[in-house]
Write a protein that binds this ligand. Structure first.
Ligand SMILES: NC(=O)c1ccc[n+]([C@@H]2O[C@H](COP(=O)([O-])OP(=O)(O)OC[C@H]3O[C@@H](n4cnc5c(N)ncnc54)[C@H](OP(=O)(O)O)[C@@H]3O)[C@@H](O)[C@H]2O)c1
Length: 399
């Protein structure tokens, strides 16, 4: 990567470095109005540098929290409306069990890890005395489909629980820590400046944006030629960028909850909007954005149901200026939306200030069309980082 600036993620980790909450830590609200961050670029970069390796139960785990973060990344893009979470249990440094939240309605990461250790959660007096758990998000304290995880951990006598970041939602936000602390479990944080805490907060960030702003975290992706132009003619369906860039776009598709295109691109290019290139993840939800009722989607490939489909294809109508159906998407629980925008939608979304992260793939080849540099300048998008992707360049901008 060249010249990458990794900005601090919002929301503070108030479990301060080295602080043992067993003795009475003060836990405050995490509401924070910090500027947006290149959340997806940061996470791709981090997990490319730190891929997860297979290890057997009983083997030593050098860095349990790193492993918990890697597990959470497995679930990233698969768990909406919930955030992704990973958990690792060790005893004397050896792996006892691990897991991650795989899908909404499924067991939470802590319960997956306990089950992986061979314990039936609701039965028996089994105990995790002398065992430690590293978990990327504060264990929940409320009754949902799996019951409060904090109470389960306390009942199973964990010696200590390391938490990478607190849960910012008001119904948890420190209550999980308090349950553990009151039960005599040692609870540790990572400290605000820890890289792992930043990664954990980035994993939570789309969820938090939706909770705070009633819109998904919006990533717009465009492809441009070397003169900074986007195709908007009949050649639009032809790829502008290389296979390396297209592979990366499919990796990105695999990590978002939903992908959207404008009505015009849907009709002209008729894209499938699925995840290909052998990337195993399920297809995200697919949406067409339009301002007019009566849009005919009967011929669109994205409406053909495929084995990898997780969700549905839908036409979303929103004629409000700058609306783009984002509120409705948030109401559906969508935490992250990738918009593969044509020139009209790109300009409109930037002008409406709804873009959190902009990925611009630039090919060295010439293309005629609409220049994007003026649009970027007019809308005060800040270049956050640049990296090579095969023969192309990826520039990531922030609002
Ligand atoms: N280079 C790239 O990265 C890239 C990416 C995608 C597409 N393309 C090319 O771009 C061309 C299409 O570009 P385009 O500019 O005509 O279309 P577009 O930007 O893909 O989509 C524009 C459409 O979005 C819908 N829309 C929904 N909400 C809107 C809002 N608030 N403001 C404005 N539009 C809104 C409108 O549909 P209604 O009129 O029905 O309301 C509008 O016609 C195609 O040739 C395609 O190949 C290039």
């Amino acid at each position: 990567m060249r010249g990458c600036t990794l900005l601090q993620c919002p929301s503070k980790n108030l479990l301060e470095e080295g602080h043992n909450a067993r003795n009475g830590g003060h836990v405050e609200s995490l509401i924070d109005q910090s500027p947006s961050v290149p959340c997806f670029e940061f996470l791709f970069d981090f997990f490319q540098k730190h891929p997860r390796r297979e290890i057997r139960r009983g083997a030593q785990v050098d860095d349990p929290m790193l492993r918990a973060l890697q597990l959470a990344w497995e679930g990233f893009g698969q768990t909406y409306p919930n955030p992704p979470v990973g958990a690792v249990i060790t005893r004397g440094g050896a792996l006892v069990g691990e897991g991650y939240h795989r899908f909404a309605g499924g067991p939470h990461a802590e319960i997956e890890a306990i089950r992986d250790a061979g314990i039936v959660v609701d039965k028996g007096p089994e105990s995790f005395e002398n065992a430690s758990m590293a978990v990327t998000l504060e264990p929940c304290s409320h009754y949902g489909k799996t019951g409060p995880c904090a109470e389960r951990l306390a009942a199973l006598h964990f010696n200590d629980v390391q938490i990478a970041t607190l849960d910012p939602t008001p119904k948890v936000n420190g209550k999980g820590v308090n349950i553990l602390r009151d039960a005599g479990v040692c609870v540790e944080g990572l400290g605000d400046t820890s890289e792992y805490a930043r990664v954990a907060r980035a994993l939570m960030h789309p969820f938090w944006v939706r909770e705070r702003s009633a819109k998904p975290y919006v990533i717009v992706k465009i492809a441009i030629g070397h003169k900074g132009t986007m195709c908007n003619d009949s050649r639009g369906a032809l790829p502008i960028t290389s296979d390396a860039s297209r592979y990366m776009v499919h990796q990105l598709r695999a990590k978002v909850d939903a992908i959207a295109v404008g009505a015009s691109t849907a009709l002209r290019d008729n894209p499938c909007l699925d995840v290909r290139f052998g990337i195993g993840a399920k297809n995200p939800e697919r949406r067409v954005l339009t301002r007019s009722h009566g849009f005919d989607c009967s011929t669109l490939k994205m409406f053909e149901v495929k084995a990898k489909d997780r969700g549905k294809s839908k036409v979303m109508v929103d004629a409000t200026p700058g609306g783009f159906a984002l509120r409705e998407l948030a109401r559906e629980g969508i935490t992250s939306l990738l918009v593969e925008a044509g020139p009209t939608l790109f300009s409109a979304m930037l002008k409406a200030s709804v873009v959190d992260e902009l990925w611009v793939f630039q090919s060295p080849n010439t293309h005629e069309g609409i220049g994007v540099q003026d649009v970027l300048a007019e809308n005060a998008m800040q270049l956050a980082c640049v990296r090579d992707v095969g023969p192309d360049t990826l520039q990531v901008y922030l609002r």
